[in-house]
Every structure is written in C-alpha cells, then in structure tokens.
Design a protein around this ligand. Structure first.
Ligand code: UD1
Ligand code: CA
Length: 448
C-alpha cells in the first residue's frame, strides 16, 4: 500500500517575529521542518510533498531535494493547503499522511501507529489527539455517547461547552487518498474565510463513515511552535529525547540539562559527558572518553579513551588516547594521532601531529606536520603567514623545540633536532642538530 506524506509549511509564523521563515528555525541544530521530514521518512520511502508559501525560496534552498515542493500562493487554510498537492498525488498514492512542519517532536512511530489504525479502518481517516489541561488554542475533539469522533471544532468557533473539552486535535491525519481529494472540494468556507482541513471529520461523519483517533500520551510530542517560547519548549523536549537516547545506549551524562547534543552526533559506550558540553554537527566520539565540562565540539571525529577538558574543537580528528585541555583549541584540519597530549592554551589548525606528540603550553601550530614523539615547548609559534600566503612547517620525529621558539615557515626541521629557548628559526635545521639564537644559527652537530 502506497503512503505519501504531505507536510504543511506555508504559514508565515507571524508570532515568531523573525525574518527567517518559521519552519527554518532550528531545533537541536536542525530546521524544524527537517524533523518533520525525518518522522515522515520512518513510514514512507516516497519523497514527501511539502506545501510552501511564506519564504518559499528559503525553504527550498534549505531542504533541497528531500521534498517535492508545491507552492500555496494564497494562504486559505489547512484544507486549501492540502488541496494544492492533489494534482501531484492524485492516483499515485493509497494513503496520505498530513502533518505540520511546526511540530518537530511528532515521532515516526506515532505516524506508523496512525497508519496501522487507518489500514484497519473501514472509514476514510484517522486523526491524532491528546488529552491536556492547557488547550493551547488547539481544535477540540467532539465525541458522541459511544465515544466515536464526531467533529473537530476550532477554538474560534467553539461554544463554551466545546471549549471545556480537554481532548485536542494535534494536527496530524492519515487519509484514504481518493476520499480526501473528493472531500477537500466540499469543505465549507469557515467564518474566518479559511478552508479548514479539520472539517473533513464532519464530512466523513455526515456520510456515516468512521473517523478513528489515536490518542497520544506524551504532551511533549504535541508541542507545536508558534512563538519563540514554544521554540524553547521544543528545544528542551528534543534535547531531553536525544539525551535519553544516548543514556539508554550506555553513555553517562552527568547533567543532561546542561548537555547539548546535536541530532547527528554518535557516541561510543561508557563515554562520560560532563556538564555544559555542546556536541554539534557531524561529530563522532568513540567509547570510553571523558568529555567536558565546558567543552564545545563541532564536526569532529574522536577516537576511544580521549579526555577533553574545557576546550573548543572544530572540524578536527583525534585518534585514540588523546588528552587535551583545559583551554585547548582545535580548528579545521587539525589531526592528532594516537596518544597526543595537548595542554592549556594551544591552538592547532591544518596540521598533522604524529603519535605521542606533546604540545604542553601556549602554542600555535598552523600548516604543520609534526613527527612522532616530538615535544613542542611552551610558547612555540609556527609563523605560517607572511601577510599574503600560508607556508608549511615540517618537523621531524623526536624533535625537541625549546620554549618560546618562533618557527618562520616555510621550514623543514630534521629528526631529533633541538632548538634552544627563544630561538627564531628562519632556516631549515638538519637532523640531530641543535640551533640557538635569533635568527637561530647552527652551533654544533649533536651526533655524527
Ligand atoms: C491547526 C488545526 C487545529 C489543531 C492545530 C494543532 C486547522 C483548521 N486547525 O490549527 O485543529 O489543533 O493545528 O497545531 O487545521 N498552513 C498552510 N497553509 C495555510 C494555513 C496553514 O500551509 O493556508 C500550515 C501552517 O504553516 C502550519 C499548519 O498548516 O504548519 C497548521 O496551520 P496553523 O495556522 O498553525 O493552524 P492552527 O491554527 O494551529
Ligand atoms: Ca499551529
């Protein structure tokens, strides 16, 4: 049975007070609408149809070919919005799942359950409801004496008795496709001048057809975003869901409330995440690491048993058993091999550090290759930029760079060479050679 998802994303979201279309505001680092697409993907391999309008070009650009787009030129209501997909989908799908781009916490598993109910339903639709004390302006679910769904009444049209109903319309629906297209054409114009998708319930009931309902028990799933306050609630709800997922996979979060983990992050078992830590983007962390507190890691790949304290890492790769911090900074292209030690106030960019390299204190390493077991003394700077171009520094294995050495690139330093404290190195250093001074000159051969 073919299932296609329609995601409503044309609304303006006036209450967000933003230049960014509402559905592009991020929740845990991903646009709201990305979450809606993920949930749809759980139940169908068909590309979802997204109804766009406000900020259409921006939405298209952000989401790319993950959706087919249909533009709703005039926002005439949710029923009208769904109708825009008719010419694209008619005859091509058996069931239609309708959801909103501004409900990022709705789970694919919930959609799957709705679809299961609809497949058993001899009537044309299944809706999603929740029982809650705070109605949040949602439509009310009217049921008859037998408990069957009779109508959804929008708050603006509800009588006082209807307003008191605590069962609410979450705003996700599973329809028999052919019935839906025919019903959309019959939706009456509401007093507000809109065509409400919710009126399809009344149309089904009038025709003696059964409307089924799935009732959610987790209010968090039904968080819809109309304002920045709702956005923060959704962020907290999604963060908690993501964090619980990691904990259930064997990762310790000392303080989940101050741990921010992006949707694409992977973490190995027995890793401990200390408070106030941000793991973002395409980050993968191996098993048995200790991360944080006070650490921000973005788009990094980190091996096993690494310890990272109060540091900021971006687009870097760490092999196993690296320890760093406090106050280390890795920028793009930093590659730290197994067992590298990086102490406080070091910065590494576009550089490859071999196994066991030590950069203990106050250093800048840029555009540099460092061989295994080399020690970089406190205050060492690779002077890689001459104001116009970046130059490469190559440092061999088991080299000892003395404290406060300036390495003026381009430069090649041979294996086991040493520099004296305060050296300014402007010329290549041969292997097994000690240099001192400013600019540093060779004074003796260490070994024949
Ligand atoms: C809708 C439901 C309400 C439900 C609530 C849950 C209707 C009439 N009411 O109300 O019963 O409790 O959602 O959140 O459906 N949209 C379009 N084009 C339009 C109008 C809306 O694409 O012409 C999109 C919006 O961008 C949004 C979604 O449809 O993603 C829902 O529209 P919205 O105006 O937020 O409906 P609600 O008043 O919240
Ligand atoms: Ca809404």
């Amino acid at each position: 049975m073919k299932i296609t998802s329609i995601i409503l994303a044309a609304g303006q979201g006036t209450r967000m007070k933003s230049d960014l279309p509402k559905v592009l505001h991020p929740v845990c680092g991903k646009p709201m609408v990305w979450h809606a697409l993920q949930a749809a993907r759980v139940v169908t391999e068909e590309t979802p149809v997204m109804i766009i309008g406000h900020g259409a070009d921006q939405v298209r650009e952000a989401i790319g070919d993950a959706a087919h787009y249909v533009v709703q030129a005039e926002r005439l209501g949710t029923g009208h919005a769904v109708q825009q997909a008719e010419s694209t989908l008619k005859g091509g799908t058996d069931l239609v799942l309708v959801s909103s781009a501004d409900m990022p916490l709705l789970r694919g598993e919930t959609f799957a359950e709705m679809i299961r109910l609809q497949k058993e339903n001899d009537g044309p639709m299944t809706i999603l409801t929740i029982v809650a004390d705070d109605p949040r302006g949602f439509g009310r679910i009217v049921r008859d004496e037998d408990g069957d769904v009779k109508a959804i009444v929008e708050e603006a049209q509800a009588t006082d008795a209807e307003k008191a109903i605590r069962e609410l319309n979450v705003g996700a629906y599973c329809f028999d496709a052919e019935w839906l297209w025919e019903a959309l054409a019959r939706i009456p114009l509401s007093p507000k001048g809109e065509y409400y998708l919710t009126d399809t319930v009344g149309l089904a009931v009038e025709a003696g057809l059964r409307v089924k309902a799935l009732t959610l028990d987790d209010m968090v799933e039904a968080i819809g975003i109309n304002s920045r306050i709702h956005l923060s609630e959704a962020e907290a709800g999604m963060r908690s869901r993501v964090n619980r997922g990691h904990m259930s996979r064997g990762i310790t979060l000392i303080d989940p409330a101050s741990t921010y983990i992006g949707m694409d992050v992977e973490i190995g078992q027995d890793t401990v995440i200390q408070p106030n830590t941000f793991l973002r983007g395409e980050t993968i962390i191996g098993a048995g690491c200790e991360i944080g507190p006070n650490t921000i890691i973005t788009d990094c790949k980190i091996g096993e048993r690494c310890e990272i304290l109060s540091s900021v890492l971006e687009k870097a790769v760490l092999e196993d058993d690296v320890d760093m911090g406090p106050f280390a900074r890795l920028r793009k292209g930093a590659y730290l091999s197994k067992g590298v030690h990086m102490g406080n106030f070091g910065e590494v960019k576009d550089s490859h550090l071999g196994e066991g390299v030590k950069v203990g204190h106050f250093s800048y390493i840029g555009n540099t290759t460092i061989g295994a077991e080399t020690n970089i003394g406190a205050g060492t700077i690779t002077c890689n930029y001459d104001g116009k171009n970046k130059h490469h520094t190559e440092i061999g294995e088991a080299v000892f760079i003395g404290s406060d050495t300036m390495l003026v690139a381009p430069l090649v330093i041979g294996d086991r060479a040493r520099t004296g404290a305060g050296s300014v190195v402007t010329k290549n250093i041969k292997e097994d050679t000690l240099v001192v001074g400013m600019p540093a000159r060779a004074i003796r051969k260490l070994k024949e």
